[in-house]
Write a protein that binds this ligand. Sequence first.
Ligand code: C6P
Length: 419
Amino acid sequence: MTSLQVETTYNVEAIRADFPILQRRINGHSLIYLDNAATSQKPRQVIDALVHYYEYTNANVHRGLHTLAEEATVAYEAARAKVARFIGAEPECVVFTRNTTEAINLVAYAWGLANLKPGDQIVLSEMEHHSNIVPWQLIARLTGAQLHYVPFTPEGELDTEAFEEALRREPKLVAITHVSNVLGTINPVEELTREAQEAGAKVLIDGAQAAPHKPVDVTQIGCDFYAFSGHKMLAPTGIGALYARRELLEQMEPFMGGGSMIRRVTHEYSTWADIPTKFEAGTPNIADGVAFGAAVDYLQQVGIQAIQQHEQQLTAELLHLLEDEEDIVIYGPRDPKRRCGLVSFNFKHVHPHDVAQILDKYGIAIRAGHHCCQLIMRRLDVTATARASFYLYNTIEEVRAFWKALREVRKVFGKYGGR
Ligand code: C6P
């Protein structure tokens, strides 16, 4: 392990030393990676866990009787226990999935199909990622349920009056993001969950942009379902998780059928394994699951609260630097405490794709596009935004270098986009 173990204060340089990719030079410049909301970089400890698993343990889980199979099962289940503890859940209530998208689809098909009928209301917000819209559209089409969207205010906060109005429709399900991947807004999920459950709804929280960046305790939130992705929190791609309340997992029918998830198979019918195995048909993503455990170890060692504070400082600095730029529009709440570590913005006269391309020449990686949030784009009346998103290894110097590089955009296009 690195010097992290002996550090008592936030030591960003020690953290950076653990991420080999941060040594890369891009177009002659040191990489400044500000696309963390899309996916995070991986520390040596996670890469080592993956390599170690394949070099030393590799076997299938939950079925073999030999030593490797036993060790692989122990490693995979230990990782599940770590991921569960990280969000305040019991291991049996955490199902490994490929990502947030698959976790939400699991709920849509395994819970939604069985519980929704014509005319039932599903409440979503207009700040949802497509992953928390499209599955519900598909299920609404199959069941006859209806979708109702809660808008957000011009400040980028969920419209609470509209939310309360939506609850008067007595929805069966409320599905809301914890943190918006475009606006950065942190939604008050504890309060929203309580109100929605009082109105009789089950509550699904999309935690893709929250679990990597702030403390999450699903028991405290009280939600019925919580979905998140490993790859946005230092783990490899292809592994994510769904938390669900125990009684719901026990009641729900499986999402997929196959090996592993059964107890008994006859010609006519089958019975199911205990939770969470009932929802993990076929050979799971064992190696990436094990590495997800290593990622959570790393985040816990640094401290998720310390990471949140660090990102808040970076966000505050960027908002401060951008606030006087009259040719730039910033989206989302102005108070860094009300948002997570990402900032979406647009030059008034330059397309965000051009901004991203010019910054790439200086080794700076940001994302430009609709960020899989076309409903947000419609409400902001834009087709795309540029977005800088931070993580534990970004520095204040990188934020300033990014801001300075925006001048290069003006040099290419002129302050008024060449008009
Ligand atoms: N947002 C972004 O650049 P998956 O692809 O399943 O790991 O995560 C989907 C997802 C769901 N909800 C939210 C709030 C998200 O931000 C994302 C992924 C990435 O913003 C890729 S589009």
